[in-house]
Ligand binder design. Structure first.
Ligand code: HSE
Length: 276
Protein backbone atom coordinates (compact mmCIF):
# COMPACT_ATOMS: atom_id res chain seq x y z
CA UNK A 1 0.00 0.00 0.00
CA UNK A 2 1.12 3.56 -0.70
CA UNK A 3 0.61 6.47 1.66
CA UNK A 4 1.20 10.08 0.69
CA UNK A 5 1.94 12.77 3.24
CA UNK A 6 2.40 16.51 2.58
CA UNK A 7 5.15 18.91 3.62
CA UNK A 8 4.10 21.53 6.15
CA UNK A 9 5.18 25.02 7.11
CA UNK A 10 4.69 25.83 10.79
CA UNK A 11 4.37 29.00 12.88
CA UNK A 12 3.35 31.37 10.03
CA UNK A 13 4.87 34.18 12.06
CA UNK A 14 3.31 34.50 15.51
CA UNK A 15 1.70 31.04 15.69
CA UNK A 16 4.72 29.42 17.28
CA UNK A 17 3.98 25.72 17.92
CA UNK A 18 0.29 26.40 17.14
CA UNK A 19 -0.27 27.09 13.42
CA UNK A 20 0.72 25.08 10.37
CA UNK A 21 -0.14 24.78 6.71
CA UNK A 22 0.13 21.74 4.43
CA UNK A 23 1.91 22.38 1.13
CA UNK A 24 1.89 20.60 -2.21
CA UNK A 25 5.18 18.75 -1.79
CA UNK A 26 5.03 15.10 -0.77
CA UNK A 27 6.72 12.02 0.59
CA UNK A 28 5.36 8.56 -0.11
CA UNK A 29 5.50 5.52 2.13
CA UNK A 30 5.23 2.18 0.43
CA UNK A 31 4.59 -0.61 2.90
CA UNK A 32 3.62 -4.26 2.87
CA UNK A 33 3.41 -7.03 5.40
CA UNK A 34 6.67 -9.02 5.60
CA UNK A 35 8.38 -11.58 7.84
CA UNK A 36 10.53 -8.89 9.49
CA UNK A 37 11.07 -5.11 9.72
CA UNK A 38 13.54 -3.57 7.25
CA UNK A 39 14.06 -0.23 9.06
CA UNK A 40 16.34 0.57 12.01
CA UNK A 41 14.43 0.63 15.28
CA UNK A 42 15.17 4.34 15.74
CA UNK A 43 13.74 5.30 12.30
CA UNK A 44 10.89 7.76 12.94
CA UNK A 45 8.53 6.04 10.51
CA UNK A 46 8.93 2.73 12.34
CA UNK A 47 8.79 4.34 15.78
CA UNK A 48 5.45 5.97 14.89
CA UNK A 49 4.15 2.80 13.22
CA UNK A 50 4.82 0.78 16.37
CA UNK A 51 3.37 3.45 18.62
CA UNK A 52 0.03 3.29 16.79
CA UNK A 53 -0.20 -0.48 17.34
CA UNK A 54 0.83 -0.12 20.98
CA UNK A 55 -1.87 2.53 21.52
CA UNK A 56 -4.41 -0.08 20.40
CA UNK A 57 -2.88 -2.78 22.60
CA UNK A 58 -1.82 -4.83 19.56
CA UNK A 59 1.51 -6.30 18.51
CA UNK A 60 2.81 -4.45 15.43
CA UNK A 61 2.43 -6.31 12.13
CA UNK A 62 5.89 -6.86 10.68
CA UNK A 63 6.32 -4.95 7.45
CA UNK A 64 8.75 -3.67 4.86
CA UNK A 65 8.88 0.08 4.34
CA UNK A 66 10.14 2.17 1.46
CA UNK A 67 9.96 5.86 2.26
CA UNK A 68 10.92 8.58 -0.19
CA UNK A 69 9.85 11.84 -1.70
CA UNK A 70 10.54 15.49 -2.17
CA UNK A 71 10.39 16.97 1.34
CA UNK A 72 13.91 18.14 2.21
CA UNK A 73 15.19 17.30 5.68
CA UNK A 74 15.99 19.81 8.43
CA UNK A 75 14.76 22.77 6.38
CA UNK A 76 11.61 23.69 8.33
CA UNK A 77 9.23 21.88 5.99
CA UNK A 78 7.94 19.24 8.36
CA UNK A 79 10.06 16.29 7.26
CA UNK A 80 10.00 14.69 10.72
CA UNK A 81 6.25 15.23 11.09
CA UNK A 82 5.83 13.63 7.65
CA UNK A 83 7.77 10.53 8.81
CA UNK A 84 5.67 10.31 11.97
CA UNK A 85 2.33 10.79 10.22
CA UNK A 86 3.24 8.31 7.46
CA UNK A 87 4.16 5.70 10.10
CA UNK A 88 1.02 6.26 12.16
CA UNK A 89 -1.28 6.23 9.16
CA UNK A 90 0.50 3.22 7.68
CA UNK A 91 -0.16 1.32 10.91
CA UNK A 92 -3.80 2.37 10.95
CA UNK A 93 -4.33 1.22 7.37
CA UNK A 94 -2.23 -1.96 7.37
CA UNK A 95 -3.36 -3.02 10.84
CA UNK A 96 -6.97 -1.91 10.43
CA UNK A 97 -6.52 0.07 13.65
CA UNK A 98 -9.46 1.94 15.04
CA UNK A 99 -7.76 5.35 15.34
CA UNK A 100 -9.36 8.67 14.41
CA UNK A 101 -7.36 11.55 12.93
CA UNK A 102 -7.49 13.20 16.38
CA UNK A 103 -5.97 10.02 17.86
CA UNK A 104 -3.21 10.18 15.25
CA UNK A 105 -2.58 13.83 16.12
CA UNK A 106 -2.34 12.98 19.80
CA UNK A 107 0.13 10.14 19.17
CA UNK A 108 2.12 12.14 16.61
CA UNK A 109 2.41 15.11 18.94
CA UNK A 110 3.65 12.87 21.72
CA UNK A 111 6.54 11.91 19.44
CA UNK A 112 7.19 15.32 17.84
CA UNK A 113 6.65 17.42 20.99
CA UNK A 114 4.46 20.07 19.31
CA UNK A 115 1.41 19.69 17.05
CA UNK A 116 1.92 22.46 14.48
CA UNK A 117 3.42 20.33 11.68
CA UNK A 118 1.73 17.06 12.59
CA UNK A 119 -1.79 18.57 12.48
CA UNK A 120 -1.72 19.89 8.89
CA UNK A 121 0.15 16.76 7.74
CA UNK A 122 -2.86 14.78 9.01
CA UNK A 123 -5.77 17.11 8.24
CA UNK A 124 -4.42 19.14 5.29
CA UNK A 125 -4.84 22.89 4.82
CA UNK A 126 -4.27 25.53 7.47
CA UNK A 127 -4.69 24.14 10.97
CA UNK A 128 -4.55 25.73 14.41
CA UNK A 129 -4.00 23.12 17.07
CA UNK A 130 -3.24 22.57 20.70
CA UNK A 131 -2.64 19.52 22.78
CA UNK A 132 -3.23 19.10 26.49
CA UNK A 133 -2.65 16.00 28.54
CA UNK A 134 -5.54 14.04 27.13
CA UNK A 135 -7.13 16.38 24.64
CA UNK A 136 -6.29 17.81 21.26
CA UNK A 137 -8.17 20.69 19.69
CA UNK A 138 -7.90 21.62 16.03
CA UNK A 139 -9.42 24.33 13.91
CA UNK A 140 -9.13 24.28 10.13
CA UNK A 141 -9.32 27.44 8.06
CA UNK A 142 -9.71 27.66 4.29
CA UNK A 143 -6.80 29.44 2.59
CA UNK A 144 -7.51 31.89 -0.21
CA UNK A 145 -5.92 31.12 -3.58
CA UNK A 146 -4.93 34.81 -3.85
CA UNK A 147 -1.84 34.19 -1.71
CA UNK A 148 1.40 32.96 -3.30
CA UNK A 149 3.66 30.84 -1.08
CA UNK A 150 7.25 31.14 -2.25
CA UNK A 151 9.92 29.18 -0.47
CA UNK A 152 13.61 29.87 -0.37
CA UNK A 153 15.13 26.51 0.57
CA UNK A 154 18.85 26.82 1.26
CA UNK A 155 21.25 23.91 0.99
CA UNK A 156 22.23 24.59 4.58
CA UNK A 157 20.25 22.58 7.10
CA UNK A 158 19.14 23.71 10.53
CA UNK A 159 18.25 20.99 13.02
CA UNK A 160 15.05 21.82 14.93
CA UNK A 161 16.76 20.97 18.21
CA UNK A 162 19.46 23.55 17.50
CA UNK A 163 16.89 26.16 16.38
CA UNK A 164 14.87 25.60 19.57
CA UNK A 165 17.98 25.92 21.72
CA UNK A 166 18.33 29.49 20.39
CA UNK A 167 15.08 30.51 22.10
CA UNK A 168 14.81 32.01 25.58
CA UNK A 169 13.12 30.01 28.33
CA UNK A 170 10.95 32.98 29.27
CA UNK A 171 9.60 35.93 27.29
CA UNK A 172 8.38 39.38 28.34
CA UNK A 173 4.62 39.67 28.79
CA UNK A 174 4.45 42.37 26.10
CA UNK A 175 6.00 39.96 23.57
CA UNK A 176 3.47 37.26 24.44
CA UNK A 177 0.67 39.80 23.95
CA UNK A 178 2.23 40.99 20.69
CA UNK A 179 1.99 37.43 19.33
CA UNK A 180 -1.34 36.25 20.70
CA UNK A 181 -3.15 39.39 19.53
CA UNK A 182 -2.01 38.66 15.98
CA UNK A 183 -3.01 35.00 15.60
CA UNK A 184 -6.69 35.52 14.71
CA UNK A 185 -5.58 37.98 12.03
CA UNK A 186 -3.12 35.49 10.51
CA UNK A 187 -6.08 33.19 10.02
CA UNK A 188 -8.25 36.00 8.67
CA UNK A 189 -5.53 37.28 6.33
CA UNK A 190 -4.92 33.84 4.86
CA UNK A 191 -8.63 33.10 4.57
CA UNK A 192 -9.35 36.40 2.79
CA UNK A 193 -6.07 36.51 0.88
CA UNK A 194 -5.42 39.99 2.28
CA UNK A 195 -1.73 40.87 2.21
CA UNK A 196 -2.18 44.07 4.22
CA UNK A 197 -3.62 42.11 7.12
CA UNK A 198 -0.89 39.49 6.78
CA UNK A 199 1.94 42.05 6.83
CA UNK A 200 0.79 43.25 10.24
CA UNK A 201 -0.44 39.92 11.58
CA UNK A 202 2.49 37.72 10.58
CA UNK A 203 4.98 39.47 12.82
CA UNK A 204 6.58 37.56 15.62
CA UNK A 205 8.48 38.21 18.82
CA UNK A 206 8.78 34.71 20.24
CA UNK A 207 11.14 32.96 17.84
CA UNK A 208 12.07 34.93 14.70
CA UNK A 209 14.18 37.59 16.45
CA UNK A 210 16.34 34.84 17.98
CA UNK A 211 16.59 32.71 14.82
CA UNK A 212 16.79 35.23 11.97
CA UNK A 213 20.56 35.49 12.12
CA UNK A 214 20.83 31.74 11.49
CA UNK A 215 18.52 31.72 8.46
CA UNK A 216 20.49 32.02 5.22
CA UNK A 217 19.28 34.86 2.93
CA UNK A 218 16.55 36.03 5.34
CA UNK A 219 17.74 39.64 5.28
CA UNK A 220 18.36 39.52 1.50
CA UNK A 221 14.81 38.28 1.01
CA UNK A 222 13.38 41.03 3.22
CA UNK A 223 15.27 43.63 1.16
CA UNK A 224 14.23 42.07 -2.17
CA UNK A 225 10.59 41.55 -1.22
CA UNK A 226 10.09 44.95 0.41
CA UNK A 227 6.45 46.00 0.45
CA UNK A 228 5.45 43.31 -2.06
CA UNK A 229 5.15 40.60 0.57
CA UNK A 230 6.03 39.29 4.00
CA UNK A 231 9.05 37.10 4.72
CA UNK A 232 8.76 34.50 7.49
CA UNK A 233 10.85 31.67 8.84
CA UNK A 234 9.25 28.40 7.77
CA UNK A 235 8.96 26.37 10.97
CA UNK A 236 12.32 26.37 12.70
CA UNK A 237 14.14 27.15 9.39
CA UNK A 238 16.40 27.01 7.45
CA UNK A 239 13.76 27.74 4.78
CA UNK A 240 12.18 31.18 4.45
CA UNK A 241 8.57 31.55 3.37
CA UNK A 242 7.42 34.58 1.40
CA UNK A 243 3.74 35.49 1.35
CA UNK A 244 2.59 37.73 -1.49
CA UNK A 245 -0.32 38.38 -3.81
CA UNK A 246 1.87 38.58 -6.96
CA UNK A 247 4.24 35.80 -7.93
CA UNK A 248 7.75 36.69 -6.77
CA UNK A 249 9.41 33.46 -7.87
CA UNK A 250 11.10 34.84 -11.02
CA UNK A 251 12.30 37.99 -9.30
CA UNK A 252 13.80 36.11 -6.36
CA UNK A 253 15.28 33.37 -8.56
CA UNK A 254 17.07 35.96 -10.71
CA UNK A 255 18.27 38.04 -7.77
CA UNK A 256 19.66 35.02 -5.92
CA UNK A 257 20.92 33.05 -8.93
CA UNK A 258 24.16 31.20 -8.29
CA UNK A 259 23.48 30.89 -4.57
CA UNK A 260 23.19 27.41 -2.99
CA UNK A 261 19.42 27.43 -2.63
CA UNK A 262 16.20 26.56 -4.39
CA UNK A 263 13.32 28.96 -4.90
CA UNK A 264 9.95 27.37 -5.51
CA UNK A 265 6.33 28.34 -5.30
CA UNK A 266 3.99 25.83 -3.69
CA UNK A 267 0.23 25.69 -3.38
CA UNK A 268 -1.48 24.87 -0.09
CA UNK A 269 -2.48 21.22 0.02
CA UNK A 270 -6.06 20.88 1.14
CA UNK A 271 -5.81 17.17 1.92
CA UNK A 272 -3.69 15.57 4.59
CA UNK A 273 -2.19 12.09 4.70
CA UNK A 274 -4.00 9.59 2.49
CA UNK A 275 -3.65 6.35 0.57
CA UNK A 276 -2.76 6.82 -3.08
N1 HSE B 1 7.12 25.24 15.93
C1 HSE B 1 8.34 24.53 15.73
C2 HSE B 1 9.51 25.47 15.95
C3 HSE B 1 8.36 23.98 14.34
O1 HSE B 1 9.45 26.58 15.43
O2 HSE B 1 10.47 25.10 16.62
C4 HSE B 1 9.56 23.14 14.05
O3 HSE B 1 9.29 21.81 14.20
Amino acid sequence: MKIQVPATTANLGPGFDALGLALGLFNVLDLEEAPDFNLDTDHLVLKAYKKAFEACGKAPLKAHFSYKGDIPMSRGLGSSAACIVAGLYGAKELGGLNLSKEDLLYLGTEIEGHPDNVAPAIFGGLVASLMEEDQVLTKRVQVSDKIHFTLCIPEERLETEKARALLPKEVPLKDAIFNLSRIPFVLEGLEKGDLNILKTACQDRLHEPYRKGHIPYFKDLEDLVGKEGKVLISGAGSTSLVLSTQSLKEKLTQALSGEPLEICELKPCHEGVKRV
